[in-house]
Design a protein around this ligand. Sequence first.
Ligand code: NAD
Length: 257
Amino acid sequence: MADKPVALVTGASRGIGRAIALALSRTYAVVVNYRSSKKQAQAVAREIEQQGGSALVIQADVADGPQRQHLVDTVLQQLGRIDVLVNNAGISVPKRADLFDVDEEAWEAVLRVNLYAPFFMCQLAGKVMTELIARGTIQRGVIVNISSISAYAASTDRAAYCVAKAGLSMVTKLFAARLARERVFVYEVRPGIIRTDMTRSVQERYDHLFQEGLCPIARWGMPEDVARVVALLCTNELPYSTGEVINVDGGFHIRRL
Ligand code: NAD
């Protein structure tokens, strides 16, 4: 059994997931899940260990049911508990395409990673946390789903991504309502435009949009901006709040006149 509480972060080998893993490692033993970037995941684990934390690296494609089960089983075998789940793993659309040209294969690929995976990870972790709380092994659980401003902002050339993130908002509400009585708190963190590999190809376009006033806080978001909010939600400081959405978007969501 881990001597610290345990946080499982999906897709933690780079970008926002990496920053969340590092931020949580001050309080938690962190499970660094990755799909294919083993070296990068191991580098994140080393960074955590150099800062005095502990990390366990586990390969699993969260879009695949048996691999999700393997991920959770391995955490329980090795560390004996899960206190926090952060559903961070996500992909963009394989190719931007008009609504008339979206094919089913691309649609399914995005929904599998960005919507099915977090739903079934919430289901798996929710059951595990409920059992651990009933046994007195842990006192409470927290699940954080990383959605996007695309949950409400329509990009007609990225339909599957928008639909998946909008669906993830409802996943958050559903599990928040279902798990409150079990003392598991569920939150949605909605990042804006964050500087990671995912946004690398559109960097110049957004540099320009920031200059033109896209966000009240006129700069790129950084992975650490998101990580700080996730770490805050994992504290015991919001005991009467669940199902909340926290925008981490430089004020993008504010309608202006
Ligand atoms: P990224 O591409 O840098 O990182 C995504 C990570 O998820 C990668 O490590 C990738 O390997 C992993 N991943 C993808 N599919 C996986 C799978 N099937 N199983 C396990 N791991 C998988 O992107 P990022 O910007 O760090 O994005 C992280 C999350 O934040 C995503 O859910 C994304 O949709 C969301 N987000 C990003 C932005 C942004 O501007 N970068 C904005 C809003 C929301």
